[in-house]
Design a protein around this ligand. Structure first.
Ligand SMILES: [Fe+2]
Length: 236
């Protein structure tokens, strides 16, 4: 069995890059981001603009609220392993932080994406429940490539790039949007063109990881997504 990965210490330049990313994006999100996300981010003691956060401290804070935890991974992991972790209320994060000249572009997610983007929503009980159930269904569908692809599309268009409806107004929510200054502004400019969520619609829409998004879905009701996902799974 492999030893658990240990988070490194960081130098001043890396902490400075983190602070720059955090402050710029928190300000950018004030009128565009979902309160569901922003309120969670603002109440976290372990995820702030001051320094690169410690994974164990964020994990403990999640554990005290929704019972989630974090593990360190070296990068992208096999989808079956990812589903298993989610089913166990565990999210994974890398620990590398982009260079100062990479503020706006990355080929693969760094710790800012994995934590600033993904951790705050896990403090919300309904979203936390969605993520666990999503993982359980993924585990149960291991080997069913078509169904797994449908789940990956749901993850992409909701967890990474979804908007949510708050008081009748669409607000940015997905981690891929929340962790990227450019993606936030691009998505916000397209908010009149959001596609209303249906499970069938999301699961039949292909995505690309290499180009800027052109389709964003609007989710009105997270418990409703869980119900529809359960119904879909039961009917397979
Ligand atoms: Fe992500």
């Amino acid at each position: 069995m492999n030893a658990p990965l240990v988070q490194p210490l960081y130098d001043e330049v890396q902490h400075g890059t983190w602070s720059t990313l955090y402050c710029r994006q928190r300000e950018n999100l004030e009128d565009k981001g979902a309160r569901l996300y922003l309120d969670a981010l603002d109440r976290m003691d372990s995820l702030t603009e001051a320094t690169i956060p410690r994974v164990d401290a964020m994990s403990a804070e999640l554990g005290r609220t929704t019972g989630w935890g974090l593990v360190i991974v070296p990068g992208l992991i096999p989808v079956d392993d990812f589903f298993s972790l989610l089913a166990d209320r565990t999210f994974c994060t890398s620990t590398w932080v982009r260079r100062p000249d990479q503020l706006d572009y990355l080929e693969e997610p760094d710790m800012f994406h994995d934590t600033f983007g993904h951790v705050p929503p896990l403090l919300d009980p309904e979203f936390a429940q969605f993520m666990q159930r999503f993982g359980e269904i993924g585990v149960a569908l291991k080997g069913n490539d078509e169904a797994v692809l449908a789940l990956q599309r749901l993850y992409w268009f909701f967890v990474e790039f979804g908007f949510v409806q708050e008081n009748g107004t669409p607000k940015a929510f997905g981690a891929g949007v929340m962790s990227s200054f450019g993606e936030t502004n691009h998505a916000w400019d397209l908010r009149q063109d959001l596609v209303r969520f249906t499970l069938e619609g999301i699961m039949s829409t292909p995505f690309t990881t290499t180009e800027i998004q052109t389709t964003y879905f609007l989710i009105e009701d997270i418990p409703g997504v869980i119900r529809e996902m359960n119904d879909w799974f039961a009917a397979l």
